[in-house]
Design a binder for this molecule. Structure first.
Ligand code: NAI
Ligand code: MG
Length: 369
């Protein structure tokens, strides 16, 4: 099947890591014998584009993203490219796409691969869970609606709706069911993360999630306060399956989760809605290491794998699904034998060498399949 992919390399290390993900996608297309046909087209977005044109994402680029089958992104934003009110210009890209294309579900897998370093001494039991972050409501929905009074007071408003909570909870339960079908070997569980003991909006979030839970009796359900969840994700991460959380909580916990499985360089993500999907690493443009050839490309490569999985499930395209498994297995192999370990993971590979390691592993896993 043919897929049109809009590629947004962005700022900082974005172009470096996206370059490796594109090489991986081109290789799986080749290895599929033409069954997976990817038409990749790159567009300029981010802080660099904003400095040149005043817009971090131009209207025609947005329209191309809207028209594409999926979007693959590096990272957008640089700390010194800011609007007069202090907000970063580059983050306009992800917010415009998330809100404009209604990418309401942030899917963030947290998985410990053999060979990747973890600061948790007892993590040998296996960390493998997914954080489902509500992406378009919650505290960040007030991004343009906050107020400042006379340089003395600032306020933001959190927005939680029944419809928004219901669909993100449905996404979480659907994912738990799909993971169980994929033979995970553990009963499916959805954990609602909130602060229902303090704020009415979170009590409402839990209430609506519980209603959705009642429609999925085959999936276990629990609710945990966010502060306790931060503790448990460190103490007993292996007990989680799918977590669902309001926007800001999901944002924070997914970085915590990434920290337990090797860091941001191994944290992929998908921002998906009913009609569109955007795939990018959870990390930013890492200006401190940009241009040095040392950025870890694996999170972006894994995100490209999630893109093929999402496309494959939507279109019932088995070749795309198979290619997505190849990518995940190849990253696993490159970590296991150490050839894909970049500096942030305690290895010596540069960005391109890590990409090379994945390409070599791809040849092996696809031949073995
Ligand atoms: P960051 O994720 O870019 O960097 C945090 C730390 O992790 C840095 O020390 C960096 O060197 C390291 N790091 C990140 N990715 C890495 C990789 N692939 N390999 C090795 N090390 C890696 O977060 P930071 O510094 O807060 O943000 C930098 C810029 O990125 C900001 O302008 C921010 O707004 C933007 N940003 C954009 C995002 C997006 O496009 N979705 C998401 C997060 C931040
Ligand atoms: Mg974040």
């Amino acid at each position: 099947m043919t897929f049109d992919i809009a590629v947004l390399p962005g700022d900082g290390i974005g172009p470096e890591v996206v370059g490796e993900a594109v090489r991986v996608l081109e290789r799986v297309a080749e290895l599929s014998g033409g069954e997976v046909d990817l038409r990749l087209e790159a567009f300029t977005v981010g802080a660099g584009a904003w400095r040149r044109s005043g817009e971090a994402i131009a209207d025609d680029v947005y329209a191309s993203c809207d028209a594409a089958d999926a979007i693959l992104m590096g990272a957008a934003g640089l700390p010194d490219a800011r609007h007069p009110d202090g907000r970063e210009a580059g983050t306009d890209v992800i917010f415009r796409l998330r809100f404009g294309l209604d990418l309401y579900a942030g899917i963030r897998p947290v998985r410990l691969y053999p060979g990747a370093p973890t600061p948790l001494r007892d993590a040998g039991v296996g960390i493998d869970y997914v954080i489902v972050r509500e992406n378009v409501e919650g505290l960040y929905a007030g991004r343009h609606g906050g107020s400042r009074v006379e340089g003395e007071v600032a306020a933001d408003t959190s927005i939680v709706t029944r419809a928004g909570t219901r669909r993100i909870a449905e996404t979480a339960f659907g994912l738990a069911e799909a993971r169980a079908e994929d033979g995970r070997g553990r009963p499916p569980l959805v954990t609602c993360v909130d602060k229902a003991n303090v704020l009415a909006s979170y009590a409402f979030f839990r209430e609506v999630a519980s209603e959705v839970a009642a429609r999925h009796p085959e999936v276990a359900f629990e609710a945990v306060y966010v502060d306790a969840a931060a503790l448990y994700l460190v103490q007993r991460p292996a007990t989680f399956d799918v977590l669902v959380a309001e926007n800001m909580f999901g944002d924070i916990l997914s970085d915590l989760g990434a920290g337990t499985v090797g860091g941001l360089g191994l944290a992929p993500s998908a921002d998906v809605g009913d009609a569109h999907g955007l795939f990018q690493a959870a990390h930013g443009s890492a200006p401190d290491i940009a241009g040095k050839g040392i950025a870890n490309p694996l999170a972006t490569i894994l995100s490209a794998g999630m893109m093929l999985d999402w496309l494959g499930r939507r279109r019932e395209d088995h070749a795309a699904l198979r290619a997505s498994v190849w990518i995940e297995d190849a990253v696993g192999a490159a970590l296991r034998d150490g050839s894909g370990l970049t500096g942030d993971l305690g290895g010596t590979a540069g960005t391109v060498e890590a990409g090379d390691a994945v390409l070599r592993a791809l040849d092996a896993v696809s031949a073995a399949a």
